[in-house]
Design a protein around this ligand. Structure first.
Ligand code: DGJ
Length: 728
């Protein structure tokens, strides 16, 4: 037999001593049907079925895919048996190590005596309406009616180690969310060397692996390859989820496309280092370690259907911010316009020019702080979060007052400009007062030199005093002036760490800081950033409704980066800005409209240039107004990637309102198209019988728009269109 196994894990952890597992059964719902020790997890079009083998205590997977019902045919043994034996042929929910199972183990425990064998057997289970929280970790949430949870308790009689597998089912999204905790109930210390949040074993069939790969300024490239024999995997050991590989993967049939076929998507709700592995098999005392959650989504409507389910789930059951689906103000960010070169008077001018264009949030990026070690370049100041007196002699408050007294043009008369500010709280420059007084707060491993990148070091958020320092200075900053928005940046990977488990403890510390601050300041719009998309992950999204998608602001590159990011993450979560040309990263010149249209596909639209350079461009206020008009659809709508930039020079995307009443089409031409026909773009997600008024076109049926489509031509390369559709 040949099969594929996928596993996602966050890293290694040490554990010691005892606790106990519950052994209760409770009521179930349609989402979770329990028949003896057979468990069916059901979504609108998905079934995930497994059972406990009452002889071996093993948890065996029966099915994960489209809906099934009634009895299940027995799997057959191969006609000719080889020497590998049984364990490799059984689809196991939680494969262990050391008892003849040769697939990737989902758990590896170094027992007190040093060996790495474990035998976790089914003990009991319980069904919970709703979903318990995950202590210290970000997690999906929902009420009874939205989600039901099955907890299966396992126990190893030889080592007194218990494990609970938790499966939460969100039926509306065909989503199963899993986490695992391991509890040491014995006397001695154990080490959990590997623990997968999720491990799925598929039966014999050809599968493709889709993942997101990249680097700084070129994030989220979709990669698709055949699952081959042996282990294929990726991950991050940067300490963060990273630009390099996103903690997302999908398994699809080779015939699956954007709009057809089966797809299984997996995403780890975690911001630290991680590992994702896929393998095609030859045969086919008192302490608990809780894994992060992994979300798995089943789709029978292609890769696009998978993405839409992720998006809806995340908008409703992951992102906690009140701004998850509400309008986001068009903003101007100062970074690419002026970098570190500003003071009170220049900031005021930039803000006035922004407001004159119709911008409603002005964001002062890097460079505003540092007293003894002023932040005039990236070699000083991180850690010293007081306004730079040379730039702001009277502190921050009067600057914020200057800005929030400015009236925004072309809007209701009483609307004033709002103010936002940049911080990078997890970092310190050695050139700072903070580092002089607390050198021990930076990550370090004994006598080894501390490796600097961008002239900075990482504060060790595993330390409570570091967490408290950040919570305190951020609280003071936010209380000191009328600040509506925070951009929380993080510009390097981790360096020398004091212990193997420090990365996870850092993450728990980071989540404590995020949780405290976002709970304390719920009216602030928080944006995550890590040199662009270095931490575009569901862990950050739990607290921050938007993330700066990439430091690459080139309009053409951004089409690919944003389409790629949307594989798992909702467009509502993407920060996207219109910047100057020639572009600062690529040197390319792309028309204003194209750049603006691309940026409008992100939930947080903004400008990132010197607004003085575009004061006389009449198109700019109109484009900002258009961005505001499309924003509710981008924030709440279902995204259909109609054509991909990697497949076509006419990429297109359609956002359809959840109630179907409106839609907006984004259409691009990436290269010149001389004396050659242009393709029609077929829309998706409309009602065939309904009629739609199409901007500048006429009124057509949904069937016509989906089966014939629309056609646009452009005289030059980099053409673009934003087209509204209104159901009649
Ligand atoms: C990296 C971010 O991604 C940029 O947008 C900008 O904020 C710089 N850091 C500032 O140092």
């Amino acid at each position: 037999m040949v099969r594929s196994t996928a596993a996602m894990a966050a890293g290694l952890m040490m554990l010691s001593h005892q606790s106990i597992a519950q052994d209760t059964d409770s009521s179930s719902s349609n989402a979770i049907v329990v028949d003896g020790t057979t468990f069916s997890l059901n979504g609108a079009s998905m079934s995930y079925v497994f059972h406990a083998n009452t002889t071996t205590g093993d948890l065996v997977t029966d099915h994960y895919g489209g809906s099934i019902s009634g009895g299940i045919p027995s799997p057959r043994e191969p006609a000719v048996n080889g020497w590998v034996g049984m364990p490799g042929r059984i689809r196991r929910e939680f494969p262990d190590q050391g008892r003849g199972d040769f697939r990737i183990p989902a758990v590896r425990i170094r027992q007190t005596a040093g060996y790495t064998v474990s035998d976790l057997q089914y003990q009991s289970h319980e069904v919970i309406e709703g979903k318990p929280g995950l202590p210290g970790l970000p997690a999906t949430f929902g009420e009874s009616g939205d989600v039901s949870t099955l907890v299966v308790h396992l126990y190893d009689n030889y080592s007194s180690v218990a494990a609970d597998l938790s499966y939460s089912v969100f039926p509306e999204f065909d989503a199963v969310v899993r986490s695992v905790n391991v509890t040491n109930q014995g006397e001695g210390n154990i080490t959990v060397e590997a623990l997968a949040s999720l491990s799925v074993d598929f039966p014999l069939e050809e599968l493709d692996l889709i993942s997101l790969r990249g680097d700084w300024a070129r994030e989220a490239n979709r990669e698709r390859r055949r699952v081959e024999y042996g282990v294929q995997g990726f991950g991050s050991n940067t300490g963060y989820s990273s630009h390099l590989h996103n903690p997302f993967l999908a398994l699809v049939h080779p015939s699956t496309t954007e709009s057809q076929g089966k797809a299984w998507g997996f995403n780890l709700i975690y911001t630290g280092s991680f590992s994702a592995q896929v393998k095609k098999g030859s045969q086919g005392p008192g302490e608990t370690l809780t894994s992060p959650e992994a979300v798995s989504i089943y789709s029978n409507t292609g890769i696009g259907g998978m993405s839409r389910k992720f998006h809806r789930l995340y908008r409703k059951h992951l992102i906690k911010s009140k701004f998850a689906t509400s309008d986001r103000p068009p903003l101007l960010n100062s970074w690419e316009g002026v970098y570190f070169d500003f003071n009170r008077s220049t900031i005021k001018t930039l803000a006035e020019q922004s407001a004159a264009l119709g911008i409603s949030l002005f964001v002062m990026d890097d460079g505003w702080f540092g007293d003894k070690y002023p932040r005039n370049s990236d070699n000083a100041g991180l850690g010293d979060w007081t306004a730079n007196p040379a730039k702001f002699p009277n502190g921050l408050e009067p600057v914020v007052e200057d800005i929030t007294n400015i009236t925004v043009n072309n809007t209701s008369s009483d609307k004033n400009l709002r103010f936002g500010i940049w911080v990078e709280p997890e970092m310190v420059n050695p050139n700072s007062s903070l580092y002089r007084s607390h050198p021990d707060w930076a990550l370090h491993a004994g006598p080894y030199p501390r490796t600097e990148r961008r002239n900075q070091l990482v504060l060790n958020l595993a330390l409570t005093e570091v967490q408290d320092f950040i919570i305190d200075f951020m609280t003071n900053l936010l209380n000191s002036a009328d600040i509506s928005y925070i951009k929380w940046d993080n510009n390097r990977g981790m360096h020398e760490q004091p212990s193997p488990s420090n990365n996870h403890l850092y993450m728990l510390g980071l989540y404590r800081v995020f949780d405290t601050l976002t709970t304390r300041f719920p009216d602030v719009l928080w944006e995550g950033c890590a040199s662009g998309g270095g931490r575009f992950d569901p862990g950050v999204l739990q607290y921050f409704p938007q993330i700066w998608t990439s430091d690459n602001t080139d309009g053409v590159d951004r089409v690919g980066i944003q389409f790629g990011t949307s594989l798992a993450y909702p467009p509502s979560a993407m920060g996207a800005h219109l910047s100057a040309v020639p572009n600062h990263q690529t040197g390319r010149t792309v028309p204003l409209e194209f750049r603006a249209h691309v940026a409008m596909m992100g939930g947080s639209f903004g400008l990132e240039l010197d607004p003085g350079t575009i004061q006389d461009e009449p198109a700019v206020p109109e484009l900002i107004a258009l961005a505001e008009k499309v924003n509710p659809l981008v924030l709440n709508g279902d995204l259909y990637r109609l054509r991909l930039p990697e497949d076509s020079q006419w990429p297109a995307a359609l956002f359809v309102a959840e109630d179907g009443s409106q839609a907006v089409l984004f259409y691009f031409q990436l290269a010149p198209n001389v004396n050659h026909a242009a393709p029609w773009v077929r829309l998706q997600g409309l009602e065939p019988e309904a009629r739609y008024a199409v901007d500048g076109e006429g009124t057509y049926s949904g069937a016509t728009l989906m089966n014939l489509g629309l056609q646009y031509t452009f005289a030059t390369e980099y053409g673009s269109k934003v087209v509204f559709l209104e159901r009649q």
